[in-house]
Ligand binder design. Structure first.
Ligand code: NAD
Length: 518
C-alpha cells in the first residue's frame, strides 16, 4: 500500500497534519488501473480557498479519453461481474482498512482543495468510510427471495449488476460523496466511471490509488475529469447504464433529464433549505449549540446544513444567545488548531453569499451578526465569511428563497408549531428538518406532519447512517431510488426471477398444453 507506507513514514517527522506540497501538478486521469496524463488542451485551476495558491490543474478530458474510460469499464465488467460476492466483500474490507489507514492524507487533501477544517475533513472521510464498511455486508444485501411453489417447482429472484455506471460529484464532500457511489456500485458487481468535482478532485484520486493498492482490478473504477462535455458524455454514452448525481439544482435537473432521455437509471440529490424548529420547551443549551454548529460548521457548505431556524413563541427570546455562541466560533485556515470554520469554496461563492446577505438587509430583515467583514490575519486572500445571522426574516425574502450555501442562518419568528410546520411544508425543498423540544407529543406531530425526507428530533443534521439511505425528497431529489444502504443496492442492481421445474422421470408429458401456465 503505497500511500499507507508514505504516510507512516511521514508521521514520525510531523507534529501536525501533513500539508500537501506547495508545488502543483496536473491531476491525472485514472483509466484501466493507470494514472494517465490527459492530452486535454483545456484545464481548470484548483485554488486553495484559504490562500488562492494553485493546488492543481484539472484537465477537461478529451473525447478519446472518455471513450477509453467507457471501453475500459465495459471490458472490466465482463470479469468483475463474474467475481464471487465473497471476493467483492473482501475488497470492501480491504478498502475500508486502507481508507482508515490513510485518513489524514485524505483529509489533508480536502483541506487544501476544499477548505474545510481538518477535523471536519476527517468527518467527511469517515462518513464515506462507513458506506464502505456497510458494503462489507454485501453478501446479505445481494440475497434474493425463494419460494417453493410445489414439490417440483421453485421461483427465486437474484440481484444482478447493471454494467457500467457513472457518478458525478459536487465540491462540498470530496471524499464522502464519491464513497456514496463507487463502493456500492463495485460491491454489487458493476464497474464505474467517476467524475469528481473539478474544484477538488484530490480525495477521489487518493481513493483510486487505494483501490489499486488493495487489488481492485484495472477498469473496475475509472476517473475522468471535466465539466459540461464530460457530463454530456456520461449521460448519453450507450455503454453507461446508470448515473448517480449529487450537486446543485441546475446541473441536477439537466443531468437527470438527459440521462433518463438516454434510457439510463438516474438518482439525483439536489439543493436544500433545511429548517430547525425551536420550541420554548426545548433544552436551550443543547438547541442553541446544535443549531450553531449545524448552521456554521463547514462554512455552511453542507447540503444538510441548517440554514433556517424557526423560533416559536417564547423561544424567540433566545436569539441573542445564539448570536453570542456564533460570535465565539473561530474562522481560520483549515489546518489551524481550534479553527471552527474555514473559507468558502470560491471568491464567486463568497460574493454571491454577500449579495444575499445584503438583500436581506435591504428587504427589512435585521442583521444581528454580519460576517462580511471577518478578518483572518494569516490568510488575507481567503474566501472567508464569518457566521452571519439574519433575524426576523420572512418567507418572501430572497435570503429565504435561495440556497445560500454559506455560513448564514436565517431566523424566522412564529407563534405556534402549526405555523412553523406550514412554513417548512411550503418550501420547495425537502432534504432535512429538525425540531428541538422536550415534548414527545410535539416531536411525534412534527415527525408525522413535516414534509422533509430526513427528520431530526433534537438532532440538527439527521444524515442517516449507511445501513439506512439518504432520503431527501421534494425538490431535493430526482429519481425514486436513494443513495446507499438497501436503496443504493437496489439502484445499482436489477432483479432476475427464475422459475424452475424439475419433474419426476415418469411424469405424464405426452400432450402439449396451450393455455397460460398457472
Ligand atoms: P454543482 O451542481 O455546481 O456541481 C456538481 C457537479 O455537476 C460537478 O461535477 C459539476 O462538474 C457538474 N456541473 C455543474 N454545472 C453543470 C452544468 N451546467 N452542466 C453539467 N454539469 C454541471 O454543485 P456544487 O456547487 O459542486 O455543489 C453544491 C450543491 O450540491 C449545493 O446545491 C448542495 O445543496 C448540493 N448538494 C446536495 C447534496 C444532497 O445530498 N442533496 C449533497 C451535497 C451537495
Amino acid at each position: 500500500m503505497k500511500i499507507l507506507t508514505l504516510y507512516k513514514h511521514a508521521q514520525h517527522k510531523l507534529h501536525r497534519p501533513p500539508q500537501l506540497s506547495r508545488s502543483f501538478s496536473t491531476t491525472k486521469l485514472f483509466i484501466n488501473g493507470e494514472f494517465i496524463e490527459s492530452q486535454a488542451a483545456d484545464h481548470i485551476e484548483v485554488r486553495n480557498p484559504a490562500t488562492q495558491q494553485v493546488v492543481t490543474r484539472v484537465p477537461k478530458s478529451t473525447p478519446q479519453e472518455l471513450d477509453e474510460a467507457a471501453r475500459s469499464a465495459s471490458l472490466a465488467f465482463r470479469e468483475w461481474r463474474r467475481t464471487s460476492v465473497l471476493s467483492r466483500q473482501r475488497k470492501m474490507l480491504d478498502l475500508q482498512h486502507a481508507i482508515r489507514a490513510n485518513m489524514d492524507q485524505l483529509a489533508s487533501s480536502i483541506v487544501n482543495e476544499q477548505g474545510k477544517v481538518f477535523s471536519d475533513a476527517k468527518g467527511d472521510v469517515m462518513r464515506g468510510l462507513q458506506v464502505v464498511e456497510d458494503m462489507a455486508n454485501i453478501t446479505h444485501y445481494m440475497q434474493g427471495n425463494k419460494l417453493e411453489v410445489s414439490s417440483d417447482m421453485d421461483t427465486y429472484s437474484v440481484r444482478e449488476p447493471l454494467g457500467v455506471v457513472a457518478g458525478i460529484c459536487p465540491f462540498n464532500f470530496p471524499a464522502m460523496i464519491p464513497l456514496w457511489m463507487f463502493p456500492v456500485a463495485l460491491a454489487t458487481g458493476n464497474t464505474c466511471i467517476l467524475k469528481p468535482s473539478e474544484r477538488d478532485p484530490g480525495a477521489a484520486m487518493l481513493l483510486a490509488q487505494l483501490c489499486n493498492d488493495v487489488g481492485i482490478p484495472p477498469g473496475v473504477l475509472n476517473i475522468v475529469h471535466g465539466s459540461h462535455d464530460t457530463v454530456n458524455f456520461l449521460t448519453s454514452d450507450s455503454r453507461i447504464r446508470a448515473v448517480s448525481f449529487v450537486g446543485g439544482d441546475k446541473a441536477g435537473k439537466y443531468i437527470y433529464e438527459r440521462a433518463t432521455q438516454h434510457g439510463k437509471r438516474c438518482q439525483a440529490n439536489l439543493g436544500a433549505k433545511n429548517h430547525a424548529i425551536v420550541l420554548p420547551d426545548a433544552n436551550k443549551e443543547h438547541a442553541l449549540n446544535a443549531i450553531s454548529g449545524a448552521a456554521f460548521g463547514a462554512a455552511g457548505q453542507r447540503c444538510m446544513a441548517l440554514s433556517v431556524a424557526i423560533f416559536v413563541g417564547k423561544a424567540q427570546d433566545w436569539v441573542p444567545e445564539l448570536v453570542t455562541r456564533a460570535q465565539q466560533l473561530r474562522v481560520d485556515g483549515g489546518f489551524e488548531a481550534d479553527a471552527d470554520l474555514g473559507p468558502m469554496i470560491t471568491p464567486e461563492a463568497l460574493q454571491r453569499a454577500k449579495l444575499l446577505i445584503q438583500s436581506a438587509s435591504d428587504e427589512g430583515a435585521r442583521l444581528l451578526l454580519d460576517g462580511r467583514g471577518v478578518q483572518v490575519p494569516k490568510y488575507p486572500q481567503g474566501n472567508f465569511l464569518g457566521p452571519t445571522i439574519i433575524d426576523q426574516a420572512t418567507s418572501q425574502m430572497q435570503c429565504y428563497q435561495e440556497e445560500i450555501f454559506g455560513p448564514v442562518l436565517t431566523c424566522i419568528h412564529v407563534d405556534t408549531l402549526d405555523q412553523a410546520l406550514d412554513l417548512i411544508n411550503s418550501n420547495r425543498y425537502g432534504n432535512g428538518a429538525s425540531i428541538f423540544t422536550r415534548s414527545g407529543a410535539s416531536a411525534r406531530k412534527f415527525q408525522s406532519e413535516v414534509e422533509a425526507g430526513q427528520v431530526g428530533i433534537n438532532v440538527p443534521i439527521p444524515v442517516p447512517l449507511p445501513m439506512f439511505s439518504f432520503t431527501g425528497n421534494k425538490a431535493s431529489f430526482l429519481g425514486d431510488t436513494n443513495f446507499y444502504g438497501r436503496s443504493g443496492v437496489n439502484f445499482y442492481t436489477q432483479l432476475k426471477t427464475v422459475t424452475s421445474l424439475w419433474r419426476k422421470q415418469d411424469a405424464d408429458d405426452r400432450q402439449a398444453t396451450v393455455h397460460m401456465p398457472t
